[in-house]
Design a binder for this molecule. Structure first.
Ligand code: 1PR
Length: 579
């Protein structure tokens, strides 16, 4: 029988490559890691799953002496599959970070998305994070290697702030395999020519659709996907559509903690109280096993899964091996993005070993997490930032906070900040000036647009931030926190509400709108979902990119399938669950 082709993966240690490794294993293929330049000679197929930032990727190729060998491999005509940064490095350069030349196979540049449209003035969040349509560009051929694999468009998972803009030139037209629209910008979402296939989306995070793209390439005979990438075609056009096809994400959240027997269980509270009220002992509510539930949610069409270790602030998260094991096991069966939070901060182990937030986050990324979520530590970091601003201390940014160190090393998109705000009720006739800076988060009940009770309508309130799972309030409001974490480099906000948590009353729309309008990074609305209409409402009435729920999914009251079906019925763009 024929010799099996040797597949190699190139990793430069910049984030979650475990998910790609897991998906290749799940599809039934074996691979080896490139260890040094000589391995390129042995490779029949090569995958470069680039994560992080363009200059870091190029620099690390240079420092490990892999830059030239990689370029030689690409010119050898043997099959290459680049993912995300693994696509971008093929270009001449990027606007990201320090200017540094890329591999230069394609004489065009990677550019930053524009937060505000030059033609319509409408704004969009950066990074582009979520599921978008990839539309085939090339005339259809018999090849099944063109992602998307079906004739029609498919939703695939993207997470990036930079992309190659589509331009109707012979060069770009020759390479473009699919295009994707974000806002009114059209970018090249995959390229294919000769031996090169590369995509801006993450096939290993794009559910069944993404696995199919990978599988098609993996099973293709080497000769079929070898060749050279020279030559040019005629320039062709793509027109901007009224609807960009960017979908709203539905996120399932699992609050995880150890119960009184010491096992990690999924729990869920009301207003952050997770203990049973019916038993005298007040046991921690147990709603299931984290890994099993995560798999169930993946299979029922969750666009993203979030684990929050809600007790880890008591000790170092790295001491919490079981949580790392949970992430590792979940990443074996969940092929959509995974976020992990709880205890991401500088800590000291009981034996005195110091662990930086960056180190803790790194351990989670290596276990298969795509993003880490920071709660308490982000509040403290922004308080210190505000104090430096007030005192005129320079520099305002120290570069030392967890948000800064992690986003620098792994990219902004890898850092989520979890907000746990609580309403502070004040007199309805209050003079906002008496609230000082917090007036920015003041809502007067009679003007509230979210669903509020008669009693709430007669009051006013502002949104105060808390730490340690709502246990301690701080002198900082959600608008200050939102602007502060964006400045520090966070890539997304997970916006909970202590008041609405577990209530089933719907999302706090006034809160959601305040935070959405304060920043240009994606915001996930959370807390209070009780029925499918609550998702419709938050997407119709605010501009959030995603909505999260916990209790209704755990108790099987509202399956994720029903949420998706309802959104689609109401013409809200959502990723179609599995066919
Ligand atoms: O402060 O960095 O160690 O992170 C701790 C993390 O744990 C924070 O993200 C914080 O939100 C979370 N957390 C801490 N204590 C609790 C608790 O419940 N006692 N859970 C807690 C937060 C809220 C949401 C929940 C939504 C949706 N849980 O995550 O999933 O409210 O719930 P619903 O749909 O049932 O209404 P750090």
């Amino acid at each position: 029988s024929e010799k099996k082709p040797r597949l190699f993966l190139l990793d430069y240690g910049a984030g979650n490559v475990r998910s790609l490794a897991n998906s290749i294993k799940k599809l039934g293929y074996e691979f080896e890691w490139i260890k040094d330049a000589s391995d390129f000679e042995k490779a029949d197929k090569l995958i470069f799953p680039g994560v992080g930032a363009f200059p870091q990727a190029i620099n690390s190729l240079h420092s490990s002496n892999l830059f030239e060998p990689l370029r030689n491999y690409l010119h050898s005509g043997r099959p290459y599959f680049g993912i995300c940064i693994g696509m971008q490095v093929l270009f001449a350069g990027s606007d990201e970070g320090d200017p540094i030349p890329g591999l230069g196979l394609i004489d065009a540049r990677v550019e930053r998305f524009k937060a505000v449209s030059e033609t319509t003035g409408k704004s969009k969040s950066i990074p582009h994070m979520g599921w978008s349509e990839a539309t085939p560009f090339k005339p259809r051929t018999s090849s099944t290697l063109v992602p998307p694999v079906k004739e029609e468009v498919e939703d695939l998972y993207f997470v990036h702030s930079y992309a190659v803009p589509f331009r109707s030139t012979p060069l770009i037209s020759s390479w473009t395999n699919t295009t994707t629209q974000y806002g009114d910008e059209i970018f090249v979402s995959s390229i294919k020519r000769g031996n090169i296939l590369a995509c801006q989306f993450h096939p290993e995070k794009s559910g069944e659709a993404g696995l199919k793209v990978l599988d098609n390439w993996l099973k293709a005979p080497v000769e079929e996907i070898s060749g050279n990438f020279d030559g040019q075609e005629q320039a062709r056009e793509v027109s901007v559509k009224a609807n960009d096809g960017f979908t709203k994400r539905v996120v399932a959240c699992l609050d995880v903690r150890s119960n009184d027997q010491g096992d990690l269980v999924v729990t869920k509270g009301d207003q952050y109280d997770v203990r049973e009220k019916t038993t005298d002992a007040g046991d921690v509510r147990n709603l299931g096993k984290p890994v099993e539930l995560a798999r169930r949610y993946y299979e029922s069409g969750a666009d993203e899964i979030c684990f929050l270790n809600i007790t880890s602030f008591r000790q170092s998260a790295l001491h919490d091996q079981p949580m790392l094991a949970v992430v590792e096991a979940a990443a074996e069966t969940v092929f959509v993005p995974l976020t992990v939070g709880g205890g991401i901060k500088d800590t000291v182990d009981p034996d005195g070993t110091e662990r930086s937030a960056l180190e803790v986050a790194g351990a989670y990324f290596r276990s298969g997490a795509d993003k880490v979520s920071i709660g308490s530590d982000a509040v403290i970091a922004v308080e210190e930032l505000l104090a430096r601003q007030a005192a005129g201390t320079q520099p305002v940014l120290t570069g030392k906070t967890g948000i800064e160190t992690i986003s620098k090393a792994y990219g902004n998109q890898a850092v989520v900040v979890s907000f746990d705000p609580k309403r502070v009720y004040v007199d309805a006739a209050i003079d906002p000036a008496t609230l000082g800076p917090h007036a920015a988060s003041l809502v007067v009940g009679s003007e509230a647009t979210g669903n509020v009770t008669e009693e709430e309508r007669s009051k006013a309130w502002w949104y105060q931030c808390t730490i340690n799972g709502g246990r301690a309030v701080r002198d900082i409001d959600v608008v200050q926190l939102a602007k502060g974490v964006e400045m520090l480099g966070a890539g997304e906000i997970l916006l909970n509400s202590v008041d609405r948590d577990g209530s089933g009353r719907g999302f706090d729309l006034d809160l959601v709108r305040l935070v959405r309008n304060a920043v240009n990074i994606p915001v996930v609305a959370s807390s209070g979902a009780g029925k499918v209409e609550d998702f419709e409402e938050v997407f119709e009435k605010t501009d959030v990119e995603a909505a999260l729920a916990a209790g209704i999914f755990h108790r099987n009251e509202v399956p994720i399938e029903n949420v998706k079906a309802h959104l689609l019925k109401k013409n809200i763009s959502a990723r179609r669950a599995k066919d």
